[in-house]
Each structure stands twice: as structure tokens, then as C-alpha cells.
Design a protein. Sequence first.
Length: 56
Amino acid sequence: MKNIRLYLPVLFVLLAVTMTSCDVIADIFKAGMWTALIIIVLIVALVGWLFSRFRR
């Protein structure tokens, strides 16, 4: 469980480098409002699941 703390900073840096938030949000909303809503809900659910998984 404590090993995940070593990987989180690397993951955040990798995400920050590979995806600029403005480009990602613009592309999602170009696809349509419902598509954006579904993607946002899925991302929030995934993050919640990951946090609950690693808290144990």
C-alpha cells in the first residue's frame, strides 16, 4: 500500500505533461454535451474507485 505513494507523483507529472487541460476539455465538449457528461462521470467514478481501493 505504501508503494503507491511512490508512484502517484510520477503519475501526476506524466498526466500534466501529456495532456494540457484546456485541450482535453475543449475536445470533450466539441464531441457533445452528453458525451462530456458521461466522460466526466466515468472519470470521477474511476478516481473514487481508485481512492477507495488504495485506502484499505
